[in-house]
Design a protein around this ligand. Structure first.
Ligand code: PRP
Ligand code: MN
Ligand code: MG
Length: 179
């Protein structure tokens, strides 16, 4: 464990087991239907790369980059599109892949935006869910772990762009982000 961590919240093994479960759930839900797996940069990339290898449906990938946090630990509420999709999603089954739903502001904005583009369906999978922090009523269709209101990093999640490469998810010591 890194020195800045207070404790590990989810170990590499726990995460990998959950990713397998989610992959199986998603595969059986869609069956033979093709999926457009839409990763939300940057946080979702680690989860996405593991998850898509556990999905058996025909699948393409694309990415959007949106940011609502900047370098703070609190959402600013202002969602900016930094990178849009490469292709049209008209008639496609879009599966949004997120690392975490916190206030819900990022996804609330994204789902509305995507639905206006004529997809066949829009579903959400998130690895982590912090329902206690929700500001808008939005829920994932496929949920990994519900976690308490603590600032977590690792497995794609950052603090000021660091720690995304950790294979586990940990709670940072307050000193690590109050500097
Ligand atoms: C984080 C996280 C989610 C979003 C969740 O992304 O990866 O995308 O915030 O917060 P919300 O539910 O309160 O909107 P961030 O904006 O930090 O960008 P990043 O993925 O590049 O780290
Ligand atoms: Mn993100
Ligand atoms: Mg972030």
């Amino acid at each position: 464990m890194i020195a800045e961590a207070e404790r590990i919240l989810l170990s590499e093994e726990e995460i990998q087991a959950k990713v397998k479960e989610l992959g199986a759930e998603i595969s059986s839900y869609y069956g033979d239907k093709p999926i457009l797996a839409l990763g939300i940069l940057k946080g979702a990339i680690v989860f996405m790369s593991d998850l898509i290898r556990q999905i058996t449906c025909p699948l393409e990938i694309d990415f959007m980059a949106v940011s609502s946090y900047g370098s703070s630990t609190e959402s600013s509420g202002v969602v900016r599109i930094l990178k849009d999709l490469d292709c049209s999603i008209e008639g496609k089954n879009v599966l949004i892949i997120e690392d975490i739903i916190d206030s819900g502001l990022t996804l609330n904005y994204l789902v509305e935006n995507l639905k206006s583009r004529g997809p066949a369906s829009v579903k959400i999978v998130t690895l982590l869910n912090k329902p206690s922090r929700r500001k808008v009523n939005i829920q994932a269709d496929f949920n990994g772990f519900t976690i308490p209101d603590e600032f977590v990093v690792g497995y794609g999640l950052d603090f000021a762009e660091r720690y995304r490469n950790l294979p586990y998810i940990c709670v940072l010591k307050p000193e690590a982000y109050q500097k």
